[in-house]
Design a protein around this ligand. Structure first.
Ligand code: 5GP
Length: 183
């Protein structure tokens, strides 16, 4: 599906497929350098991080492990509740592993702060975060994101894994959802 197929539902294309691809390549080069000789474990949060995980993992020219967990997030609403619940836990044992959390977007940062603390308690050798998108409020949160892609405005965005009521995840770019869709 192309962004043009849902043009009436979006107000602005923030990032094209090409821009995302170029940025992920850039981040992957840094990860390769930082983890040379190691085999990091990439941890993604379902379902939003699926696209960024798939692209980051394939861009990395090194051995990596991939694992996913599912936590509760916005559901059908467009605002963070701050309540995080594990719906599906990781398969991997994190002890002694170099773990990189792969995230789609940081808004309030509540989800990520909780996730980082939770994974840190499992004894990884190191724990870093890669996030493709960051909203303005995230800057106020004290979560150190080592690899991040783009700062975006404070709007509700969809595409590249991000949904509204489970739709739009398969858009190749990232776009601002038109208010009439969720009004
Ligand atoms: P936070 O806890 O940082 O406020 O929100 C984290 C989660 O909320 C993200 O992983 C994502 O699932 C969801 N989220 C935050 N902002 C947006 C947005 O603009 N669009 C969509 N589709 N989901 C968002």
């Amino acid at each position: 599906m192309e962004l043009s197929d849902v043009q009436a539902d979006i107000t602005e294309v923030l990032l094209t497929e090409q821009q995302i691809h170029d940025k992920i390549a850039e981040l992957a080069r840094r990860v390769e350098a930082d983890y040379a000789g190691q085999r990091p474990l990439l941890v993604g949060v379902l379902k939003g991080a699926v696209m960024v995980m798939a692209d980051v993992a394939r861009e990395l020219k090194m051995h990596v492990d991939i694992d996913f967990m599912a936590v509760s997030s916005y559901g059908m609403s467009t605002e963070s509740s701050g309540v995080v619940r594990i719906l599906k836990d990781l398969d991997a044992d994190l002890s002694g592993r170099h773990v990189i959390i792969v995230e789609d977007i940081i808004d309030s940062g509540l989800t990520l702060a909780w996730l980082k603390a939770n994974l840190a308690s499992r004894g990884p050798a190191s724990l870093e975060i890669l996030a493709l998108l960051r909203k303005p409020d995230a800057a106020k949160v004290d979560v150190d994101v080592k690899y991040f892609g783009f700062d975006i405005p404070n709007a509700f965005v969809v595409g590249y894994g991000l949904d509204y009521a489970e739709r739009y995840r398969n858009l190749r770019g990232v776009a601002v959802l038109a208010p009439h869709v969720y009004a």
